[in-house]
Design a protein around this ligand. Sequence first.
Ligand code: FEO
Length: 392
Amino acid sequence: MRMRQIAENVHWLGAIDWDRRLFDSLIPLPDGTSYNAYLIQGTEKTALLDTVDPPMADVLMAQLEAVPKIDFIVSQHAEGDHSGTIARVLEKYPAAKVVATPKAKTMLIDLFTLPESAFVTVADKEVLSLGGKTLEFIHTPWVHWPETMVTYLREDRILFTCDFYGSHIAASDLFVTDKGRVYEAAKRYFAEIMMPFRGVIQKNIANLEGYDVRMIAPSHGQIYDEPAWIVDAYRDWVEGPPHNTVVLPFVSMHGSTRIMVDHLAAALVDRGVRVELFNLAVTDIGKLAIALVDAGTVIVATPTVLTGPHPLAAYATLLANALRPKAKFLSILGSYGWGGKMVETLAGMIPNLKVEVIDPVLCKGKPSPEVFEKLEQMAETIAQKHKENGFA
Ligand code: FEO
């Protein structure tokens, strides 16, 4: 793509990565992604906000061929997909200064061996005038790393947010055209990288409330020219109550666990509780992360493998522990042939979760009528607890 104007003397640059399907060797990207950079030209100075992932550096450098001068390279976030091409940009514009938070400066030096002399650090709310274009830097830690900041362009009322409010979508439309599609992609992104830091993100949202924002320009995905809905969505994800939903990540090898999962799901639905089932052998782990944002209860279901949980169930449990969803209740379903410590092993993997544990249900071999009765009781307990807590 070529450089594209989003406001007077403000342009989108960057790369659309239509092919990418995995991030951090962990996060599925079903819709690809983009690495957005922005060029802001004042009457006296020019600033580039963020760069692109190094494999796509040539795309950005080709766009910059038409730009004679850059005075400031603003790094809003030290991760490589936004700052990994700063060294290339500095080679072309050796007099440019890298603008970053003090914490980002040390990280950028560690990660990309940039020269210390190239940096100008900015305090929270510090202002930089480019001549008719005024940038205000607002520190917003943990969106996604501790060093992150956003940039408010006062004259145009544009908030540049890097990962914050971003979505992994490759699209030729610069602005959001399909809110439903972007809502899911943005929720997936929030779940995968920001959900554990809900408290800090809530403060960041509150901190930005005083700014008159007509456009939010993230560094992944499309630009919001009607930003209110994505801010409201974030508010709901960070501070809204859990929903009347049970999320059931499960693995089954010979069918017993699957029978238990299906029975419990039906029993919950009969009692008015929503369920979301994720067969870990085939699921997109990002879909599970999205479901965890609102879940009231999480039930992990697994057979016993070599005396412990199935490795896929252990992986999902570790992930849930790392993502720290706001679910209030958790339990385990499991099957075994002769014994094992599956429940103890899984229980030891969730120290971060502040949940009430509901008694697990285990079955030896094929589920018996007694097991089905216990599953009915579990469904009744969950439905009751969701009701008492006002989950809707
Ligand atoms: Fe898009 Fe945390 O980098």
